[in-house]
Design a protein around this ligand. Sequence first.
Ligand SMILES: NC(=O)c1ccc[n+]([C@@H]2O[C@H](COP(=O)([O-])OP(=O)(O)OC[C@H]3O[C@@H](n4cnc5c(N)ncnc54)[C@H](O)[C@@H]3O)[C@@H](O)[C@H]2O)c1
Length: 266
Amino acid sequence: MGRMDGKVALVTGAARGTGEAIARLFVHEGAKVMLADIRDDAGRAAAEDIGQDAVYQHLDVRIQEDWDAAVERILAAFGKIDALVNNAAVLVIKSLADTTGDDLLRLFRVNQLGPFLGIRAVMGPMKAAGGGSIVNVASTDGVKGMNGVVAYASTKWGLRGVTKASAMELARHRIRVNAVCPEVGNFEMAAPFIGEGVDPKKAAEMNAETILKAPEGYSFEERILDVARTVLFLASDDCPTATAADFIVDGGMTAGYVQPGIPGDR
Ligand SMILES: NC(=O)c1ccc[n+]([C@@H]2O[C@H](COP(=O)([O-])OP(=O)(O)OC[C@H]3O[C@@H](n4cnc5c(N)ncnc54)[C@H](O)[C@@H]3O)[C@@H](O)[C@H]2O)c1
């Protein structure tokens, strides 16, 4: 028996990376899934590869009409929507001095306005069906500060605010809203900034030192799967009382650090 048997889910930013992994896992667990993205060729290919329980929908999360069309189609095709995963996001890596207001607004529209529009688009059908689960993919940059990500971090902190405030209003309708805050170390998102101050090798070394030592050979795909499994836990019926919470999947990175020279350091 799958943990998403009979459920219908919409996953944004699902043409590649974490979103695709979430969609694949949901279908594996018995769900019918709409993969949504703006990378239409990759999104269609991903849905086809996942199989007949996956459909692709062009959905730019910044655009209200796109949300309306996606929700209309999912209701027409499957009759309901049980889970929304707000996963689509974009990144800018620049120093504070180099970050412009336009950079910040561009990220805000995808990373924070997008999930806000998504929540508003699905809350009606979820209320009518007696409940649902919304999972917002934030980041460890939404629970701490770091150089180079002032715009991105603002939107991810903001997304946690959207999560908590929405959860307060939606709990009475049995709609849960949670945030997952991963540290994956995937630099596909960061690819446009490589060479412009971003050194993926150095950053990966920092990750390896700081976060929980993963099993030998633990790949990037396996890290993504950790995130997908956390999203599955929240989207399924495994935790009916978990709402308004942050689920940090970072190997302990944001919790603290080992201070050399103090007992317990080895
Ligand atoms: N990869 C990491 O290291 C990492 C770490 C922490 C948090 N996250 C978060 O995890 C989530 C997924 O990240 P990823 O690494 O898979 O990223 P990714 O860049 O590989 O995938 C993001 C997807 O979102 C889509 N997208 C971008 N703008 C969109 C829009 N306006 N409308 C719809 N879709 C849009 C892209 O086309 C892409 O397919 C994001 O929310 C990201 O912030 C990632």
